[in-house]
Design a protein around this ligand. Sequence first.
Ligand SMILES: Cc1cc2nc3c(=O)[nH]c(=O)nc-3n(C[C@H](O)[C@H](O)[C@H](O)COP(=O)(O)OP(=O)(O)OC[C@H]3O[C@@H](n4cnc5c(N)ncnc54)[C@H](O)[C@@H]3O)c2cc1C
Length: 494
Amino acid sequence: MRRFQIIERIRDHKKAWDVVIIGGGATGAGCALDAASRGFETLLLERADFGKGTSSRSTKLIHGGVRYLAQGNISLVRESLRERGLLLENAPDFVKKLEFTVPCYSRFEKFYYGIGLKLYDLLSGKLRFGRSRFLSKDETLERLPNIRSDGLTGGISYFDGQFDDANFLIEILKSASSNGASCLNYATVFDVSKDSNGNVNGVSFTDEESGELFEVRSQVVINAAGAFCDSIRRFSNSYAKNIIAPSQGIHLVFDSSLLSSKTALMIPKTTDGRVLFAIPFHNKTLVGTTDTAIETVSEEPAALESEIDFILQNANSYFEKDLSRADVLSFFAGIRPLVKNSARSSTKQLSRDHTIEIDNSNLLTITGGKWTTYRNMAEGAVDHAIEISNLPAKACRTKKLKIKDSRIESSGEWIAPDIQITKAEIVDAIENGFARTVEDILSRRTRLLFLDAERAVTAAKPVALIMAEILKRDAIWVEDQTSSFTDLAQSYKI
Ligand SMILES: Cc1cc2nc3c(=O)[nH]c(=O)nc-3n(C[C@H](O)[C@H](O)[C@H](O)COP(=O)(O)OP(=O)(O)OC[C@H]3O[C@@H](n4cnc5c(N)ncnc54)[C@H](O)[C@@H]3O)c2cc1C
């Protein structure tokens, strides 16, 4: 369904929706698919493009989280491993098994990480991705030819999952739509309405393309606005205190020659005690991430110099080649919507478990968690939505619901030399994948901005021209889109 048809459907929908969801990241999209597949009339509103928030900026892992194992959060690891297994079964076009190697520089490290990863295998039970095993020094170097070999005693190999977050998100939304949900991007919710009992019974939003204002009614409103969920909570209760302790994480992107293999590197302990990954992704190497407490949340979070230095310094202590800022093709930052816990002092200690809050006006907020657990989070949110409303109790269907890659083959000529994007891909992203702007195409439908910011700039005009033809836009639109994308791309370049 094209965007104008979704708007027409909203305009024609005179009665209350069953469920309105605010936020089109992993959490909101998961809720839309869950609610729609139970047969509820569902509307999802996203103020920018789907995935513009954190859900396109992750490390791209579908994982139990070995780090949470080290923190002793067994229940989160077990839940994540179960969801990881379900995702491989239900979305094999997107979720791929990936071998990780942990290089060890002492016998103790080998023993310690080896035992930890055996426990990780055990916790995944029948849904295991592969057995972890001890590697000799030669086997480790075979997998990671570019790491420092001095003092290397061997390594551990284990398996986890990998995916393209932004593209998977679009397929979840397509699946929600084919189950009857209406999913609208560039639609900013600016208020909630209440009934005579003081319960939230709808939202007001602006169509950012036309400026038109809408008021819709709903049995339940789900706030899935991620790191921005506190501002939505205050639409319902202006005195609500923040529950989010935002934490930023960045990634640096290097040429694929950095890893020179299909195996990922896991650095188990960086100078701040976190793990760091170097992962093959779309023929590049992604290195990250950091965990930096921040004061304010923004749509385009900026990487701190200290975060860039941190990643370079820690990567350089493992790779033979000395990496510098000049080697960075692109970098991007995302914000974790961590839920506050007054007993803990730093964001890296805060739990990645999710939280469901129902305020006095029945606004349901779901936040925290991980991409990996989006399905389970959505199931919990919709179960609670049923409890607090007159919606009929209908069972969740997503445990077995398949999500396939429905994008068309990217056949045909590239749109410009060295830009491996075809016109057919752009047309499909507009007609079937909700894309509205050059940024949507270059950041989240293709991942060029995240992979190589300089090259993405050269693609902006050719993409804008094709989009203008399909969306019936004029030359001014082409110029505006090209220049605003070019400006944005500066913040992805060092
Ligand atoms: C650096 C980093 C790496 C990570 N790596 C992984 C990983 O490898 N694996 C994993 O499982 N998890 C990972 N995570 C966690 C995961 O990415 C997040 O938990 C998840 O993406 C959060 O999704 P969300 O939908 O809650 O938030 P978001 O994706 O931020 O979505 C919220 C949406 O709400 C919208 N919104 C806000 N206000 C309004 C409004 N007024 N009206 C309408 N819409 C609004 C925003 O525009 C946004 O798109 C990582 C997180 C970070 C920061």
